[in-house]
Design a protein around this ligand. Structure first.
Ligand code: NAI
Ligand code: MG
Length: 809
């Protein structure tokens, strides 16, 4: 009796351990030794290396896995390739049935999956049971639907083919679902490599694939570490790599795949802000912080690891947080009443300890609750750091542990500046009772997901993914499916011959008359004036090139048409600066206003149609084509003017008390290296979609016909185009493209040119992980009248931001 009274007094929880019997029995069934799952069978032949995996809470070895070799990877890729056409031929309904069956089986084996996940990763059973596994099932159900709807939803598209997928250890099964469900729904087959610390639920998933009778080779699982991952990335039979993990490895993968033609989606690190305004409900905020940084021990790529709090409430919030931290329970992950489990590995624990120690030396005050942390196993307590400078290690580096920094701001604009003071851009949460303030700040924070008065909520219907060095591509929702399909018109990958700039007529042989008078007579046939060297166009002004050099431009007949400035690195940098300073005001204009300017550009171009047509004819030597190109250019400006206010987002029906707005936002400052062929249409086809949706542009026009771009300056100037929205730097590509591709303040780059140069662009983009779209020498086909405009260009010009807003009951 007195004991019961005591319990009521202290309200202490007793231990409530989840039984591991099911999981132990499952491991025993495999004698705790696993091979790879390739072509529908367990493959464990040969002497290959093995490694042990441990339960991080007990440090006990629970299984032995194969270290996948390049040969194992090759076998898996072959199996996936062999299965792909059959899987595609099965059709939408056939694939939908399999995805549905997988979802059902996951639900049936939910308990085993949850226990195994917690044993392998160290996350609390409460989270694996109530969050990870239900979300995994939801992901397969949702994507069974997309499989069924593929033909209606994505006409003119086909699967990418064989996909290589590499996932991290923080949400082993959930990341598997985010990768596998959309890939299968869209008709791809795949090879997945789980993280070396946490492969067990992927192997159980392989068993489920067998149980539902999934055709052999559609899903292949190869275990191993980063070397196995690198072999998968490097295998020539893989059409796409989908990766989730650290930004460092993402960068390695970008460089390794450059020039291979492999599609790439990267979900990388984060340092997400958690913004608390003075009017917010602080008790909800405290629970929000718990979910933001102590959920999954803080091993969450979108963890709210930077609390930015408005000055007036900072002290109160800090006190409330400390009080709440005292009541958090950390311990055996299989105890149903713990809030926090164990760090995934001793190496990760060491990394966390090292970063916190570094923060201390930089002056941070580090606060941890008074209760003691278990000594056995890789436990780390919840940790709150104050007195951290915005540039300090703890404020900048992704810690991937239960460590949060708290910093203060005064005004909303200061909050936005601090939120964006990071190289990452994965997520943010905004806390305020003022909806106007929340929706004012949400578009200004550069991140792929914004949670208003909530945090770390996920759903299969909503896309998830990064801005900036948090990577590109989305997972979930309609926006995630584009990563796994491509337009049918891109299937032909053969390289075209790139037109070269025209050469001067060799006078001695052509006419035998090299007199100045003869030369002048030739020139006069090309109507535009030749006594002028066209300048660059930067920040709304015609600018002389930094190097004061120019390049002659010849017609198809070898006659000199004029000269253009020869831009260099400095000119490119100036143009980027101009585009940057124009960026936010252009992006925040109304779409209607941007449309009006595009219509006006078309109108003013049409006024000068004769001049442009003659110029095009002189460059190509084909006057008839020139008329067609001129007409198509005007029509294309109309097309993007039309799209400007119709390239809309969606509202996702996520199953919470909110709506999720999938907003299409511009990428920012875009570089464009225009196709050599079609000097006018090529320029228009690239620049118009980019500016229609709010990007500002640094364009390097065709080297064959740069005068078609420089002739446009006057069109720009008469069309109300604000300075800096379009900047043009003429000259030789090799002198400028590397600067543009490596520039840290360029957010994305389109490159229309040969395969080899495309590869260099992709490689150089890894510096700031800018998004690239390169043509691999297929510029002419991409600009064809039917496909050279429209949604694919607009998709490449935008990124989706999901904003979760409370709504309804
Ligand atoms: P990691 O990025 O090295 O590992 C992620 C996956 O990539 C694993 O499956 C690994 O085997 C594989 N991998 C490693 N090197 C590879 C290569 N060269 N080519 C292909 N695949 C490769 O992450 P790690 O080392 O486990 O953790 C280090 C830090 O990275 C963490 O402390 C954390 O800060 C960050 N991280 C971030 C994640 C995120 O989702 N944002 C996930 C995991 C780690
Ligand atoms: Mg690593």
């Amino acid at each position: 009796m007195s004991r019961v009274a005591e319990v009521f007094e202290s309200l202490e929880y007793g231990p409530a351990p989840e039984s591991t019997d099911l999981a132990e029995a499952w491991l025993d069934r495999y004698q705790r030794s696993f091979g790879h799952f390739i072509g529908g069978i367990w493959s464990d032949e040969g002497e290959g290396d093995r490694f042990d995996v441990a339960n991080p809470a007990t440090a006990q070895v629970i299984a032995s896995l194969r270290q996948g070799s390049a040969g194992d990877v090759a076998k898996a890729v072959d199996a996936a390739r062999e299965a792909q056409s059959g899987w595609w031929a099965l059709g939408p309904h056939g694939r939908a049935r399999y995805l549905y069956a997988i979802a059902r089986h996951i639900q049936k084996r939910a308990r085993l999956l949850a226990v195994l996940e917690s044993m392998d990763n160290g996350k609390p059973i409460r989270e694996s049971r109530d969050l990870d596994v239900p979300l995994v099932a939801r992901h397969f159900y949702h994507h069974a639907g997309w499989a069924q709807l593929m033909e209606d939803a994505f006409p003119g598209h086909e699967p990418v083919g064989v996909v290589g997928q590499i996932i991290p250890w923080n949400f082993p099964l959930l990341m598997l679902a985010w990768k596998i469900a959309p890939a299968l729904a869209m008709g791809n087959t795949l090879v997945l490599k789980p993280a070396e610390f946490t492969s067990l639920t992927a192997l159980l998933f392989a068993e489920i694939c067998g149980d539902v009778g999934l055709p052999a080779g559609v899903v292949n699982i190869v275990t191993g570490d980063g070397d196995t991952g690198a072999a998968l990335v490097g295998h020539p039979g893989v059409d796409k790599i989908a990766f989730t993990g650290s930004t460092d490895v993402g960068r390695i993968i970008r460089e390794a795949t450059a020039g291979s033609g492999k599609r790439l989606s990267l979900e990388l690190g984060g340092k997400s802000p958690f913004i608390v305004f003075g009017d917010s409900d602080l008790d909800s905020v405290v629970e929000g912080v718990v979910d933001a940084i102590w959920f999954n021990q803080g091993e969450v790529c979108c963890a709210g690891s930077r609390i930015l709090v408005q000055e007036g409430v900072a002290e109160t919030l800090e006190l409330k947080l400390r009080a709440r931290m005292e009541t958090l329970r950390l311990g055996d992950p299989l105890d149903k009443s713990v809030d926090m489990g164990v760090i995934v590995s001793p190496a990760q624990l060491e990394r966390i300890e090292g970063l916190v120690a570094q923060g201390r030396t930089e002056g941070a005050e580090v606060w941890q609750p008074s209760w003691s942390t278990p000594r056995e196993g890789s436990f780390y307590p919840p940790t709150l750091c104050t007195n951290v400078a915005p540039s300090g290690t703890l404020a900048q580096v992704e810690i991937f542990g239960p460590v949060v920094v708290l910093m203060t701001f005064r005004t909303p604009s200061e909050a936005v500046a601090m939120a964006n003071d990071t190289r990452y851009g994965l997520a943010a949460s905004i806390w305020t009772e003022n909806i106007n303030l929340a929706l004012d700040v949400a578009p200004k924070v550069k991140a792929g997901t914004i949670w208003v008065n909530c945090t770390n909520v996920f759903d299969a219907a909503s896309g998830f993914g990064g801005y900036r060095e948090s990577g590109y591509g989305r997972e979930g929702g309609e926006e995630g499916l584009w990563e796994y399909i491509r337009p049918v018109w891109q299937a032909d990958a053969s390289e075209e011959v790139e037109p070269e700039p025209n050469r001067p007529r060799s006078r001695s042989r052509a006419s035998g008359d090299a007199s100045p008078a003869a030369a002048a007579a030739e020139i006069s046939t090309a109507v535009p004036p030749i006594d002028r060297t066209a300048k660059l166009y930067i920040g709304g002004k015609q600018a002389r090139p930094d190097g004061a050099h120019s390049l002659p431009v010849y017609g198809a007949d070898g006659a000199l048409l004029g000269e253009v400035g020869r831009g260099n690195r400095k000119d490119v940098r100036d143009a980027v600066e101009a585009a940057r300073s124009a960026q936010s005001s252009w992006a925040t204009r109304t779409a209607h206003n941007r449309a009006q300017i595009l219509y006006y550009l078309a109108e003013n171009l049409l006024v000068r149609a004769d001049e442009f047509t003659r110029r095009l004819g002189a460059v190509s030597g084909r006057p008839d084509d020139a008329v067609a190109e001129m007409d198509a250019s005007v029509a294309r400006l109309f097309t993007y003017a039309a799209w400007a206010d119709k390239w809309e987002g969606r509202v996702h029906h996520t199953p919470f008390r909110n709506v999720t707005f999938a907003m299409k936002e511009p990428i920012g400052v875009m570089g464009v290296v225009c196709p050599a062929a079609h000097p006018l249409l090529g320029f228009v086809s690239c620049v118009a979609p980019l500016i229609a949706v709010g990007n500002t542009v640094v364009a390097i026009p065709s080297e064959v016909g740069p005068l078609l771009a420089t002739d446009l300056y006057q069109v720009f100037e008469t069309s109300d185009l604000p300075p800096g929205v379009i900047n043009v730097v003429t000259g030789a590509r090799p002198e400028m493209v590397p600067t543009l591709a490596a520039h840290d303040d360029v957010d994305g780059l389109w490159f229309f040119g040969p395969r080899e140069a495309s590869a260099e662009v992709e490689r150089a983009s890894a510096g700031n992980m800018k998004r690239t779209w390169v043509s691999y020498g297929q510029a002419r086909r991409w600009l064809d009248s039917t496909q050279g405009q429209g949604e694919e260009f607009l998709r490449q010009a935008t990124q989706v931001k999901n904003i979760w807003v409370p709504y309804g009951e």
